[in-house]
Design a protein around this ligand. Structure first.
Ligand code: PMP
Length: 380
């Protein structure tokens, strides 16, 4: 069944599964113990940290394993609210709820400032540069790529501006890592990532810390994770995540797979012209994501019907799906409510073939016929 919600989560990569199972049998001991099985588990953990650091272009001491990106994001915001309680926290207005809610909760409406985005959902760099002349926040947090639109943010430029101004910069790189091989490089105070977005197990991630932040405490208690995160390490999941990232970085996708989303969008544009809209179209986007307003009918009706055709797509972030109403990201992009209510997110992954995209295209055309033929009372 073609699965098109890879930005919500990816299936476990076979090599990650193998690594997880193997480690569950051979490295289940507590790595903080002194007997041989504990020492062996410790060395597997150390190796995993080294491998993760090496793949991402960091040093092992910079890598703190967490239960995922939500925990990592929350920890960064909490830390800045602790060390600079009087300062503002600037976040982009399209951040994930794990940044947005943490910033609002800890810094309050008055000190959590939202960096505006343009109509394509990309951070307004001019606004940012101007505001930096006027005031200095305690932290700037801007994601590498948005989970709904797929829009890639100008995070290297923001990181550079923050560095010049001596302001710590955090980047939520959850949707970027595993989709691109280029290392992010040094210069961020902190970077968050999540294993299940690139084929690792769920409930595991990393917080990468810059030099000046290596003392950050994600959780207090025991001295695990170089004193940064208390709690017994989840070695099978850590090894599974490392195996998944390795698999991703070692097998770049062929161009036709990377271009399949564009072919799909072009076909829909040719079919429906002005009735159809691609959000973030003019910005650089992740190669796998299409955030589109489909014609005439509400997103939930498209999604339910497509599910009957065995096509799994979503209306946007799974972390916001319990909230009613269209995506808040479309709101800040200035998209009208009516078009926002017709918006669906389609996101592919390494297993998605060009044939799957074609099948989805045909299913969408079929579903439109079905929806158009339904009584008007059940319309949008
Ligand atoms: N940030 C972004 C951009 C995400 O897409 C997600 C997952 N929806 C998270 C953070 C949270 O990651 P996790 O599931 O590991 O807590």
């Amino acid at each position: 069944m073609p699965y098109f919600d890879w930005n919500a989560t990816a299936p476990l990569h076979p090599l990650a599964r193998e690594a997880w199972l193997e480690a569950s049998e051979t490295a289940w001991a507590n790595p903080s113990t002194a007997y041989r099985s504990g020492v062996r588990a410790r060395s597997r953990l150390d190796e995993a940290r080294e491998e993760m650091a090496q793949m991402l272009g960091f040093r092992p001491e910079q890598v703190v394993f967490t239960s995922g990106a939500t925990e990592a994001n929350n920890a960064v915001i909490r830390e800045i609210a602790r060390v600079s309680p009087e300062k503002e926290i600037w976040i982009s207005s399209v951040e994930h709820p794990s940044i947005r809610e943490a910033a609002l909760g800890l810094a309050g409406q008055s000190r959590a400032r939202r960096i505006p985005v343009d109509a394509n959902g990309q951070v307004d760099l001019d606004w940012f540069e101007d505001q930096l002349q006027i005031s200095a926040p305690g932290l700037v947090s801007v994601m590498a790529a948005n989970n709904e639109t797929g829009v890639i943010q100008p995070w290297p430029q923001i990181r550079g501006l923050c560095r010049e101004a001596g302001i710590p910069f955090h980047c939520d790189a959850v949707q970027w890592i595993g989709k691109y091989a280029a290392p992010m490089g040094q210069g961020c105070a902190a970077i968050s990532l999540s294993g299940h977005k690139f084929g690792g197990p769920k409930g595991i991630g990393c917080l990468i810390l810059g030099e000046e932040w290596t003392g950050l405490k994600v959780q207090t208690g025991g001295a695990q994770e170089m004193g940064s995160r208390a709690g017994t390490e989840n070695i099978p999941s850590i090894l599974g995540m490392v195996a998944a990232l390795k698999a991703r970085l070692n097998s770049p996708l062929p161009a036709e797979q990377l271009n399949a989303r564009d072919t799909f969008e072009a076909a829909l544009e040719a079919e429906w012209g002005g009735e159809f809209c691609i959000h973030g179209k003019k910005a650089d986007r992740l190669w796998n994501t299409s955030f589109i307003s489909l014609p005439s009918h509400r997103a939930n009706r498209w999604i339910a019907q497509l599910d009957r055709f065995d096509m799994e797509i979503s209306s946007g972030s799974a972390c916001s799906s319990s909230k009613s109403g269209p995506s808040s990201i479309l709101e800040v992009m200035g998209v009208e409510e009516e078009a926002a209510a017709r918006t669906v997110r389609i996101s592919s992954g390494w297993e998605t073939s060009c044939a799957d995209w074609n099948e989805l295209l045909e299913a969408i055309k079929q579903v439109r016929l079905v929806l158009d033929s339904e009584p008007a009372s059940s319309g949008p």
